[in-house]
Design a protein around this ligand. Structure first.
Ligand code: HEM
Length: 360
């Protein structure tokens, strides 16, 4: 058996000027969010503002997992109800033709035990936030701040965006990545969100160990969609419509897999842009996420998911706390974003106590 790196509190290393840099990022995000409120007269998320489907699902933890995999919520073979929210990354509502990283947020409900955040200690939820990329390209707070400054310039001055796009032929990937926009503008098609594999991108505690997590298509219904392009021409909500159409008649299964850290040098915690080599430690299956046929985007669901719910990687058991500087900053970033959103939309900030809280 490979030797898995044991979790210890010393595994995280506070970085130089971490608090100051983190505050700069969060303040910049908050300024953009205020601009967005004035644009929409409705508060949206600082990131992943546009939802494409809100689904009721079940997570089935596999039986007989070996000890290193049987940790936290995966400790025993049981079933959790789950709320799933599919999204795209920008903190504004963009037409789907502007390709962007895609998100899958999971909220397990009915998870007992004291939670990591003191203010949510008696919550019964465990969130996993995943994006369709194995790493976060701005994997440290320093790189993230540079990206954030570009985003703020763009938000204040959409004309500057046009200039950047005009230059894109020369510096395409860098500039477009910096804007959280993939190469669609430069001509690449948008992929069907249900065929994608979604990753935690950075590390989290996995009970006695350390891991990255992903969800990958398991049923043929969604495997067939992997790589499929969606026609977004003249259709700003093509992704949502594809999700709604799919779940009218079909169901989906994804496998939850974890990649345990075996070497802190080649699988660093403090830089989320490093892909952990799968030759050293492959992703291993721990659970199956089952999403049945249903109405994926009813008005009541959209309002509940976009305005009432908060997905947050720190909504977790201590056994799954996020790790590393790009994760630590998220504690403040999600709190500030969600506070503002709920305040401006006059909505309660409530964690669901039961899956029945999700409207049909
Ligand atoms: C490291 C890997 C990351 C992943 C996998 C990730 C993923 C996600 C996903 C899937 C959502 C949407 C959740 C939902 O459906 O409600 C989200 C929201 C958000 N993300 Fe991230 N994210 C990451 C890093 C970051 C970082 C570094 C920041 C900021 C510094 C950030 C800031 C936010 C904010 C502010 C929200 C909206 C929170 C709210 O208003 O409720 N994320 N993220």
């Amino acid at each position: 058996m490979p030797t898995y790196v044991p979790y210890s509190d010393e595994i995280e290393v506070l970085q130089p000027r971490e608090e100051e840099i983190s505050n700069e990022i969060v303040e910049s995000m908050a300024r953009i969010n205020r601009l967005m409120f004035d644009k929409y007269r409705h508060a949206i998320r600082d990131a992943h503002a546009k939802s494409h489907g809100i689904l009721k699902a079940e997570l089935h933890v596999y039986p007989n997992l070996p000890e290193p995999l049987a940790q936290g919520v995966f400790r025993e073979s049981r079933t959790y109800p789950v709320i799933v929210r599919f999204s795209t990354a920008p903190g504004s509502i963009q037409p789907d033709g502007v390709g962007a990283p895609q998100g899958m947020a999971l909220k397990l409900v009915g998870v007992e035990g004291l939670k990591f955040l003191p203010e949510e200690a008696d919550a019964v939820t465990q969130d996993f936030l995943l994006v369709n990329n194995p790493v976060i390209p701005f994997g440290t707070i320093y790189q993230y701040l540079d990206n954030q400054k570009t985003l703020e310039r763009e938000a204040k001055s959409p004309e500057e965006m046009q200039k950047l796009i005009a230059q894109a032929g020369r510096t395409a990937n860098k500039v477009l990545d910096a804007l959280g926009i993939q190469k669609e503008i430069a001509g690449v098609q948008v992929k069907h969100i249900l065929g994608e594999t979604f990753f935690s991108m950075a590390a989290l505690r996995y009970g006695d160990y350390v891991a990255k997590v992903r969800a990958t298509p398991l049923s043929t219904s969604v495997k067939l969609l992997t790589g499929e392009e969606i026609d977004t021409s003249n259709h700003d909500s093509a992704i949502r419509d594809a999700v709604v159409k799919f779940f009218k008649k079909q169901s989906a299964e994804y496998e939850i897999q974890v990649q345990l850290c075996t070497n802190l040098q080649t699988m660093p915690i403090e830089d989320g842009s490093v892909e952990w080599p799968q030759q050293q430690s492959p992703y291993q299956p721990v659970a199956r996420l089952v999403i049945p046929t249903q109405e994926a985007y009813s008005p009541a669901r959209r309002v509940y998911a976009d305005d009432v719910l908060s997905f947050n990687p720190f909504h977790c058991l201590p056994e799954h706390r996020p790790l590393g500087n790009i994760m630590r900053i998220r504690r403040k970033a999600y709190e500030v974003s969600s506070q503002y959103r709920h305040h401006m939309n006059a909505q309660p900030r409530l964690e669901p106590r039961s899956i029945e809280d999700l409207p049909d």
